[in-house]
Ligand binder design. Structure first.
Ligand SMILES: Cc1ncc(COP(=O)(O)O)c(C=O)c1O
Length: 391
């Protein structure tokens, strides 16, 4: 009998969609250098530009405003490094940065690095649901603020920030606005013009595309400098020979995602509710982390008082269920999740929290399997624990 496996860790990464995989296998034969002038180069280039149009369509942007990168981490690092250079070169009074306490490590650590170089950085707190308060942002903004980065949707708890309102405040203060939309794009509608952002980050491998491909949207006229210096690719803003298959797979994934955002919302809100209600009915004392309404349809973060997260993961894995205790990049760390701590979940409860994240491929039967499998695991861990169940 085939062992049952339920993959519920789509926020860490997604499998390639079969159509994306099939087209990438073909794309591997598009070997021309997309910067070459001959026919092979022109063919590769035409396909790269087709992918750029598809990514632009997903984000409501003109294709020319999309820069291909190696992924979300590079896009975020690029925009932080560019702002640092802008602050240095302009020599003016705007040198202050604002971000939030719940960003992905590639933003948090970019901001911390700037702090070590002497730039003022504010890490905005969030409320108990993971939203920043607009009053806090207003207080932090000044005529010294150069750049604000607030993620569109959180990878651990799924909370969706009010980016449109945040952008409006940032623009009023004369600063540049960036959002990390790696977890939002393809899951909820994302439109750069409507959001009013100057920069937006996305990544292919969260939308059933390949790992190692991503994009940075740059509003026309917004300043940018390269992180990777070299050739003239991407208008001199991101050097390096085009990763044909990666970019083409990204384009295919973006086109599929753009056509399916509404269906995604309907499908996964229903599965999320099924898991939430099933777990509430089966396990006493649990708590849901994240915003009750403004939340990604595919993300359910649950605290299990009296049980330890790593142990839950291990026992779930033995029973064929794959989830996560937080972001995949932070796993292996013994520190409680910085996101849950920022939401005010105490360290004990934060250590007993699991992120379930769904995507295409997971079924109602899979959700029911999680609901059946988890209660004895939690009961077993609670019976061995000295931690209180009603934390
Ligand atoms: C919110 C967020 N930003 C950025 C990243 C990094 O993207 P990539 O893996 O493409 O570098 C991730 C990936 O986990 C993420 O969830």
């Amino acid at each position: 009998m085939m062992e049952k496996r339920v993959y519920a860790d789509y926020n860490a990464t997604t499998p390639l969609k079969p159509e994306v995989k099939a087209s990438m296998i073909e794309d591997l034969d598009i070997y021309g250098n997309a910067s070459s002038m001959h026919a092979s180069g022109r063919l590769a280039r035409a396909r790269v530009e087709e992918a750029r149009r598809a990514v632009g369509t997903l984000l409501g942007s003109a294709p020319e405003d999309i820069i291909f990168t190696s992924g979300g981490s590079e896009s975020n690092n690029t925009v932080f490094a560019a702002m640092r250079r802008l602050a240095d070169e302009s020599g003016g009074g705007r040198r202050a940065f604002i971000t939030t306490a719940i960003e992905h490590p590639c933003v948090l650590n970019s901001a911390r690095y700037l702090e070590t170089l002497g730039f003022p950085v504010v890490f905005l707190p969030v409320d108990e649901y993971g939203k920043i308060r607009l009053e806090d942002l207003e207080k932090a903004l000044s005529d010294k603020t150069l750049f604000v980065s607030v993620m569109m949707a959180n990878n651990e708890v799924g909370t969706i920030e009010d980016i449109k309102e945040i952008s409006a405040l940032v623009k009023k203060a004369g600063a540049f606005m960036h959002t990390d939309a790696v977890q939002a794009a393809g899951k909820i509608p994302v439109n750069v013009a409507d959001l009013g952002v100057d920069y937006l980050t996305m990544s292919a491998h969260k939308i059933y595309g390949p790992k190692g491909a991503g994009a940075l949207y740059v509003r026309r006229g917004a300043p940018l400098f390269p992180l990777i210096h070299g050739g003239h690719q991407e208008d001199g803003l991101r050097a390096g020979t085009y990763n044909n298959a990666g970019i083409l797979g990204f384009g295919k994934a973006a086109a599929i995602a753009a056509a399916g955002v509404q269906e995604y919302g309907r499908t996964f809100s229903a599965l999320r509710a099924r898991l939430r209600d099933g777990l509430f009915g089966a396990i006493p004392g649990i708590k849901i982390n994240g915003h009750p309404v403004d939340v990604l349809p595919n993300t359910l973060n649950v605290s299990f008082p009296g049980a330890e997260g790593e142990a839950i993961l291990l026992l779930m894995d033995i029973n064929g269920i794959e989830a996560s205790t937080g972001s995949a990049c932070a796993s292996g760390s013994l520190e409680p999740s910085h996101v849950l701590m920022a939401l005010g979940v105490g360290p004990e409860l934060a250590h007993g929290s699991i992120r379930f994240s769904f995507g295409w491929g997971i079924t109602r039967e899979d959700i029911d399997y999680i609901v059946e499998t988890l209660p004895p695991i939690i009961a077993r861990l609670r019976s061995m624990s000295t931690m209180p169940v009603h934390a």
